[in-house]
Design a protein around this ligand. Sequence first.
Ligand code: MN
Length: 736
Amino acid sequence: MDLKSKEFIPDTIEQLCLMVEGYQNKPDTAWLKTVFEFSKKAHEGQFRRSGQAYISHPLGVAGLLAHLKLDLETVATGLLHDTVEDTPVTLEDVRTHFGLPVAQMVDGVTKISKMKFRHTHEKQGENIRKMILAMGKDIRVVLVKLADRLHNMRTLGHMPFEKQSRIAQETLDIYAPLASRLGINWLKVELEDLSFRFSNPEAYYDLVQKIQKKKKERESFIDDTVSVIGKIFKSQMKNQPEVYGRPKHLFSIYKKMENSGIEYEQVYDVLAFRIIVGTVSECYEALGHIHSLWKPIPGRFKDYIAMPKANNYQSLHTTVIGPGGQRIEIQIRNNEMHLVAEQGIAAHWTYKEGGRKGSITAKAIEQFNWVREIVSTHQDSESADAFLEDFKSDLFDSEIYVFTPKGEVKEFPEGATPIDFAYSIHTEVGQRCTGAKVNGKGVPLKYQLKNGDFVEILTSKTQVPSKDWLKNCVTSRARTKIRSFVKEEERKKALTLGHSLVEKAFRKYGRSYNKAQKTEGLLAFMKERGCNSFEDLQAQVGYGKIVAPSLVEAAYPDAVAETPGAESGDNIITKVFKSLSKSTASKNSMVVVDGIDDIWVHFAKCCSPIPGDSINGYVTRGRGIVIHTAHCQKALLMDSARQVDVDWHSKASVTSSRVVKLKIITTDNQGMLVRLSEVLHSRGINILNVQIRATKDRKAICHFDLSIKNTSELSRVMQDIQSLPDVIGVNRVHQS
Ligand code: MN
């Protein structure tokens, strides 16, 4: 019953045809033989690194595809997959001889093979993105590519050493998780163990040796356990289940050792037992007998029959304290579940007699939706890095099952939050999400969902996503949507800011930016900086990548020298009007530069300015204008070319508040905190945080975070505090 693949590599086309005849009624093997002869002729004179004729590779790949019981077209694609890339054969040749579907699949596989995986992270993400895009059109392309990779991994020993580890790593990062996501367990297991062997040979062989040492002991333990289970089934069950045990695959043991930082000897559940029954109810019956025989370990029982994994995997899992106090893991499933567990998506193919093309069940198409989703959400995602990160995060097995208000089950990776949940319903729900009710109680956005939670999302029309949300979500869907929203917002702000900075720079030298756009100098400058339009150029200024005066210099090289007292990069007279709704520069911050709304500013943490403080602005790289106090030590170190003169909006000091930190030293007197609070309260000031520390000489050092409107309010409060009898000193603290 166990589906082992190694023995299924055919040596001849006749063997391949026999394999196909084993699962398909009267397949057109004559056609398959034509395909084989075509490929063999094309690869004539080529050899594998092992010295074998090249055709052994396509034949092997086709064999693996036949082992997956795929349709004739897919098996034929396996035979042809390297012809277009490595031989004079063209796609057109393939199409005229064997039809469009096969040609399209060969094209998909060829495109993927041509991609050069660079070593830098950025490039790798980009390549994988392209690969997924190329594969996305036809799932059979993915399966051919996986078979190709498996066959290559099996013969990786013939490759030069440095290639081995790179290919192994790539397999571990992308192909093994892909196989897992498609539910093809045997393929995943083999890819993982092969990758492990070539990417970390020392650890691999060390583990092999350790496992080998206990082989006899382990085998007799397995035999004993199987016979104990067999006995209870014989006396209690009508139909006899199939029972067997074996060590888990090497890479899973290694991962367990790595993750928990333990030695092989300490990994307790290296053995997995499998019980295959006939029906679903027999699964639960068998489970009952196992649990009456041995004590289950709490929290380790999982019912993947009632709640299948994303890849349609179904089984009951339990860990029990077995014979001799040894922990053993037991999986219980019926024959159908077992087939799906091993073959995954490939278990869903159906065939018509003699047909070359199989069709796939609706259930399997649903499985594949995951790949399609990844492709569509990342179609125009710019950062390959982000793509890779998100792609990997989606490959983890789902761990958490939660309910919608209607009682539907949704599954998420561990660590998922209401944000992930909201985006999984609809992008709009995600963008507007303010919080959630979990099991009837309100929770914040960062709440981590737990198994069995009932989740209801709360939304508000005024809510918008922020960068901070990225810290609190794990699914690629949510992350991609938030990223693209934040990016778009930032670009809008950068554009506005950039435009205003550029206009001012020109005005300062008595020139017009409008006219300057017609000068050759500025046009050349724009192209030189890789911008396609003046809008792009303005955005670059807003992002802080280009300083505004350099545009004036480009348009009017003499202007700088002609204007007395004005050097390039000198201060530009800018006024930042700000009515502060919140301390952060959110969309609602209503920042105005010289009449322009919503300027992108934020306040430096080092000096935390409040209205009334004299301030300077600095154009940062990609984060808008940062506001420092005029005396801030850190600001003095900044590039003066980036400085802009800023002022508080006249209304800023009354409309909202900012955080000010005060350090108050008092005699260690009980009731002191109450009196301090009373003073603050009487002035209507919010205390955001308090920390108190007693010193050895019976003093108390209090750190208050207060919400303050402006400097005059601050000085009044500080006077009030100072006048309290027990207060020794009060200071405003600037974080360093
Ligand atoms: Mn190949």
